[in-house]
Ligand binder design. Structure first.
Ligand code: FMN
Length: 329
């Protein structure tokens, strides 16, 4: 497969595992890269920049292929030593950075001075234009379907992706709702040049997440996620569990931030992922969870997605049959 994204990132398949807070560690990132996609480690997962350095070194032992680091600029993820993370990743030879949450403009000079390829993740067309303006090499646009932060505008990818592709000239990656090869083919058809998956890789064998979470994901349907935190300007798509329902109820009656904070705390999410207590807190999960039926390795996921995409493309080319000539006349 060849797109501007495979060329830009020097990867075989235009499939990226996006940043995964608390999960994006070396084994998963390296497995994704080794399989021909791009794996990303999430700096915010590590308490200190030196912890990130150690993890990058672990990843380097597992793969020599390109690997990226996510710098999380979301205002909700506070007090991150982002400058120190960047010093460390540059030091360790990382040359692909995914940013998200806020414009990466303050960090662009140091990143570009060091030949880093910057992919910024946005949830709307106007933010994609900003990413292009500040010098990003590519932009990921996430639709309403996405796990994590799908933005405030509630636009699904079937509209958002072509709108973004038409608005910028840098390559566009699509994220949100994609978990299989049909999704990859659809996004390529809409003009994207690659895909970002988060939810699908959360349910991979390499993701360091309690088995209870993975088992829940296998049986979940497209109705098992919820949108919360819109009232506080930090929309999140999460698993529709007991705490998510409590947050929704509180938001519906106009609860203030101070009432929501104890429910949405990060410690609670950590309990879900580490201890497998599914109702301990909210945790990010996209609608594409419905498309997951097995806990595969990252390699099986990538090769499966690519194989299915090829089948989908072949199926589409047959739709035209001989009538294609007729239509073009
Ligand atoms: C558990 C989880 C944690 C995430 N953490 C981050 C993060 O720290 N930074 C980020 O940019 N995106 C994060 N995301 C978003 C993903 O990188 C990706 O953009 C999104 O999952 C794509 O949509 P999908 O869930 O439908 O695949 C997270 C997603 C999930 C499911």
């Amino acid at each position: 497969m060849k797109t501007r994204i495979t060329k830009l990132l020097n990867i075989e398949y235009p499939v990226i595992c996006g940043g995964l807070y608390r999960i994006g560690r070396a084994p998963l990132a390296a497995a994704v890269s080794e399989a021909g996609g791009l794996g990303i480690m999430t700096s915010a997962t590590f308490e200190t920049a030196e912890d990130l350095r150690r993890e990058i070194r672990v990843a380097r032992k597992l793969t020599e292929k390109p690997i990226g680091v996510n710098i999380n600029l979301f205002p909700s993820v506070k007090n991150m030593p982002n400058e120190a993370y960047i010093d460390v990743l540059l030091d360790e030879g990382i040359r692909i950075v995914e940013t998200s949450g806020r414009s990466p403009e303050p960090y662009m000079k140091v990143l570009k001075d060091n030949n880093v390829t910057v992919i910024h993740k946005v949830a709307g067309v106007k933010y994609a234009k900003t990413a292009e303006r500040v010098g990003c090499d590519a932009v990921t646009v996430v639709g309403f379907e996405a796990g994590g932060h799908p933005g405030m505008e509630d636009v699904g990818n079937i509209v958002l992706v072509p709108q973004t592709v038409d608005a910028v000239s840098i390559p566009v990656l699509a994220g949100g709702g994609i978990a299989d090869g049909r999704g990859l083919t659809a996004m390529l058809a809409l003009g994207a040049e690659g895909i970002v998956m988060g939810t699908r890789f959360l349910a991979s064998q390499e993701a360091m997440v309690h088995d209870n979470v993975k088992r829940w994901m296998v049986q979940a349907t497209e109705l098992d996620t919820a949108i919360i935190q819109k009232s506080i300007g930090s929309t999140s798509r999460v698993a529709r569990n007991e705490i998510a329902l409590q947050v929704m109820e509180a938001e519906n009656r106009g609860a203030e931030l101070k009432e929501l904070l104890p429910l949405i705390s990060g410690q609670r999410a950590a309990k879900v992922f580490n201890e497998g207590d599914l109702d301990a807190g909210i945790f990010s999960c996209g609608q594409s969870v419905a498309r997951i039926s097995d806990i595969q390795t990252a390699e099986e996921i990538i090769l499966g997605v690519v194989g299915e995409a090829k089948q989908a493309m072949e199926r589409m080319s047959k739709v035209w049959g001989n009538s294609m000539v007729h239509c073009l006349k």
